[in-house]
Write a protein that binds this ligand. Structure first.
Ligand code: ADP
Ligand code: MG
Length: 344
């Protein structure tokens, strides 16, 4: 009998699992404008404003390694990843709740360190920490944060709004957090096996900061308002540019072309990629955790964006029938593929 066949999660992956769970979820309230499927859900407040709600969970051994992640940085970053999802909707965050599962190997002082990072992020992003939950864990530290955001209904940007001939843009630069992680992994043996020895981290400050203490691009949300730009679609880059381009294309029912020569990369990222013999484009396309914003915008914004120091135009939206492509420096055009982060 076929119905006895069980499906390993590795067969369907994280996105396949979410798709499957989503099928059985039915909404009860007209006020839920957007449920599962974007960076945050959108809830009607009955006036011109909407409430956004999102959550992210970080698990020790999966998302972070405490042998080289200071708890204060971890606390800060766990807030930032949530803020980034609110920014991805073209909104600004306001409240968070923080839930932790802690094993007995942690001390009060350690958890205070974690909360010091959370507190600093709340200062920086002007967030109110309004609650949470605390429990014990048998297998390491787990941090789950939920966040709210507010915006005017007509300012909200979804993953699904990209239109043919739109520009494809990205903020900041790509691949730096991934290169920072490679350096930390390389030096890990020193942290772990030789207490008191200093790992060789000097000279790598920028990429280490991008990995350990990233910032969410709420500054760009304010910049969009200054420039009177509303992107047609947007997503934050947590799983790597390629993966997020494919999300925007799929949700918008379009194709997207990306140009290798336009991908913004910091000079330290390229130097370290060379040092570690990692292809730079692979790193820019698939390195995760940059927390930059990928967005599409009407062609009319070209003049405003073409020389913007924090925004790069990296591609173009096409008809879905042309697929998703990467134009290599050599002139060759190849299908855009995501390596992404596989959790199963
Ligand atoms: P992000 O990387 O922006 O945090 P995810 O890829 O984690 O987004 O999630 C994609 C969408 O699926 C989001 O709308 C999220 O709220 C939803 N989602 C993720 N996990 C679950 C779950 N276990 N149950 C219901 N919805 C989920
Ligand atoms: Mg997101």
């Amino acid at each position: 009998m076929d119905d006895k066949k069980l499906t390993p999660l590795s067969e369907i992956g994280e996105f396949g699992l979410i798709e499957d769970l989503k099928k059985e979820i039915h909404l009860h309230h007209k006020t839920t404008i957007k449920g599962i499927g974007d960076d945050a859900s959108v809830i009607d407040l009955g006036n011109e404003n909407v409430l956004l709600l999102s959550s992210d969970l970080l698990a020790e051994g999966v998302h972070f390694d405490l042998s080289y992640t200071p708890l204060k940085h971890l606390g800060y970053k766990s807030v930032v990843v949530n803020v980034s999802d609110i920014a991805a909707m073209n909104a600004l965050p306001r409240e968070i709740t923080v839930s932790i599962a802690v094993s007995s190997r942690f001390t009060l002082e350690a958890i205070r360190e974690l909360y010091e990072g959370i507190r600093l992020a709340c200062e920086y992003y002007k967030l109110d920490l309004v609650g949470g939950d605390t429990t014990s864990s048998k297998s390491g530290l787990i941090i789950s944060i939920s966040i709210t955001g507010y915006a005017k209904k007509n300012e909200i940007v979804y993953r699904s709004g990209a239109k043919e001939n739109n520009l494809v843009c990205v903020t900041g630069n790509l691949g730096a957090a991934y290169m920072g992680l490679q350096i930390l992994e390389r030096e890990k043996s020193v942290f772990v096996s030789q207490p008191g020895m200093q790992p060789e981290l000097s000279g790598y400050e920028y990429i280490l900061k991008r990995q350990l203490k990233p910032e969410a691009r709420t500054d760009m949300i304010n910049e969009f308002r200054n420039l009177a730009i509303i992107p047609t679609s947007m997503i934050d880059i947590s799983d790597g540019l390629a993966s997020e381009v494919l999300h925007l294309a799929k949700e918008s029912n379009t194709g997207i072309d990306i140009y290798e020569e336009k991908l913004p990369v910091d000079s330290m990222t390229s130097a370290v990629a060379q040092e570690l013999n990692i292809p730079l484009t692979t790193c820019a396309l698939n390195g995760g955790e940059d927390y930059e914003l990928l967005f599409t915008v009407d062609l009319s914004a070209f003049e405003m964006l073409k020389n913007h120091p924090e925004i790069s135009i990296i591609g173009k939206v096409n008809h879905f029938s042309s697929g998703n492509n990467l134009h290599l420096r050599s002139g060759q055009v190849v299908p855009l593929k995501a390596q992404g982060w596989k959790h199963f």
